[in-house]
Write a protein that binds this ligand. Structure first.
Ligand code: BG6
Length: 474
């Protein structure tokens, strides 16, 4: 068998994309609540349009999402039916600390997650918690300007200590920040940043990044102090960067863009800023203050493993005249050798293997793939069944390449969770119609529908994949 005996197969979700119940049981308002579906979404998530409250013209999908808050038992039951070994979910900070800066937590919020964890354990499913998945209390945005402020690190430490102490003995795996490198592409969603006119946006982003690095290192320290057997990981939005041609300038550009991503894992895995980034930020005059204490914390609290999301590769060119693809929040040009999804994301299964190799070559740390999947427009029949052969084909090719990376190339991989095992709200577009699930949810882009859950064709396929530990992919 290629995959280890206890390989962690499962699925991944994020609180704001599935829970709904945005104001129940004391939950406070979060940045993610204020990201509407439609044309205002990108300006809001990128911090170009300030959002402090709801308006009448927009629909805000996170308010209700798929109401997992009330359906979690049914949903986890379905995950168990597929044979999940692990379920990755995130904690909404504002359920635990509604304003972010309180001293004591909201018991109702803790209870909700404790029940969810117990439900997983009841089914023999390992819970994997993302502490922050694009989630940030609005009160901290208003008072401190998001992750720009060092003060937020203290509030985050309090949040982390509270949940890790509470779930001690039940949860072994934590991720600190989902896709930490997405701050650069979606600063409001990733770090609660919206910008003032004339502000140096890059400077604000690197300040926020430094504070998230500190918060992540402190979280690792706290977790290990509470329970030395806990494993803490970082999380990178990954994907190899191809040069458009073999022209040296294109190759150099590709290296530069790859470094902009690996900068994050370089700090979190190695424990210090790489010189290429120090030089760049110094030259631009935007290097954040890095104290001796910061350096010590970063160095002494590196992560135990690396987790990644993988959807696509990116292609770059030194030719400034070539248009960027509009379909991806991150900068890429179109790659003529690849097919695209309906949302324009380029599908590259071999690129998955290349990515896994690149990361393992760079760090030699265990890897956990915590997101991979196909967003597609599914059409359900009157019974709610979807014949999603295209999703099966996508996942089959990706898992084959993941297998090759393990079996032939020797990558140390210990888990794989597909993104959105149940249909949920899309992070980039806010749509429900961009579906990833094995389970169909009757809900449209504007929150209308019965919320009935039904099994798709891929549900039965993934069950077989898990039962055979990745050997049967037919
Ligand atoms: C990752 C995020 O970027 O990709 C998820 O961690 C997100 O939150 C997923 O949902 C898929 O992207 P999208 O935009 O299709 O939902």
């Amino acid at each position: 068998m290629t995959f280890r005996k206890n390989f962690l197969w499962g699925g991944a979700t994020a609180a704001n994309q599935c829970e709904g119940a945005f104001d129940l049981d004391g939950r406070g308002l979060a940045n993610v609540d204020l990201c509407p579906v439609g044309e205002d979404r990108v300006p809001v998530i990128t911090g170009q349009k300030e959002a402090y409250d709801f308006d009448d013209k927009n629909f805000y999908p996170a308010k209700t999402a798929i109401d997992m808050y009330h359906h979690y038992k049914e949903d986890i039951g379905l995950f168990a039916e597929m044979g999940f070994k692990v379920y990755r979910f995130s904690i909404a900070w504002t359920r635990i600390f509604p304003k972010g800066d309180e001293l004591s937590p909201n018991e109702k919020g803790l209870e909700f997650y404790e029940n969810l964890i117990d439900e997983c354990l009841k089914h023999g499913i390992e819970p994997l918690i993302t502490i922050t998945h694009f989630d940030f209390p609005m009160n901290l945005c208003e008072k401190y300007g998001g992750w720009r402020s060092r003060k937020v690190v203290g509030f985050y430490k309090n949040f982390v200590r509270t949940i890790i102490e509470r779930f001690k003995g039940k949860v072994k795996y934590y991720l600190t920040f989902n896709e930490i490198n997405m701050i650069l592409a979606a600063p409001f969603m990733g770090a609660g940043l919206s910008f003032k006119d004339g502000e140096n946006q890059e400077e604000a982003m690197y300040q926020a990044i430094h504070n998230e690095f500190l918060a992540s290192a402190y979280a690792t320290k706290i977790a290990h102090e509470i329970d030395p057997t806990i494993k803490v990981g970082c999380m990178l939005n990954s994907g190899v960067i191809y040069p458009a041609t073999c022209k040296p300038e294109d190759v150099f550009e590709a290296q530069k863009v790859a470094r902009d991503n690996y900068f994050f894992t370089d700090v979190q895995v190695r424990g210090y800023y790489p010189t290429y980034k120090l030089r760049e930020l110094e030259k631009k005059g935007i290097l954040p203050e890095i104290t001796d204490e910061d350096k010590k914390i970063l160095r002494e609290n590196t992560v135990d493993f690396i987790s990644i999301s993988y959807y696509t590769t990116k292609t770059v060119t030194s030719d400034k005249k070539v248009a960027l693809s509009k379909s991806n929040l991150q900068k890429t040009i179109d790659n003529p050798y690849l097919q695209r999804t309906e949302w324009g994301w380029q599908v590259d299964a071999l690129g998955f293997r290349t990515t896994l190799n690149e990361i393992y070559d760079r760090y030699q740390k265990p890897i956990f793939v915590v997101e991979n999947g196909l967003g597609a427009r599914d059409v359900a029949d009157e019974n709610g069944y979807v014949d999603d052969a295209y999703r099966i084909a996508y996942l089959r090719e990706h898992i084959k390449n993941m297998k090759d990376a393990v079996e032939i190339d020797g990558v140390d991989l210990f888990g794989y969770t597909t993104w959105g095992p149940i249909d949920l709200v899309s992070a980039s577009t806010g749509q429900m119609s961009k579906r990833y699930g094995f389970i169909y949810v009757d809900c449209d882009d504007f929150g209308k529908g019965s919320l009935r859950r039904t099994r798709k064709k891929s549900f039965y396929w993934y069950k077989k994949v898990i039962a055979s530990n990745g050997e049967d992919l037919d």
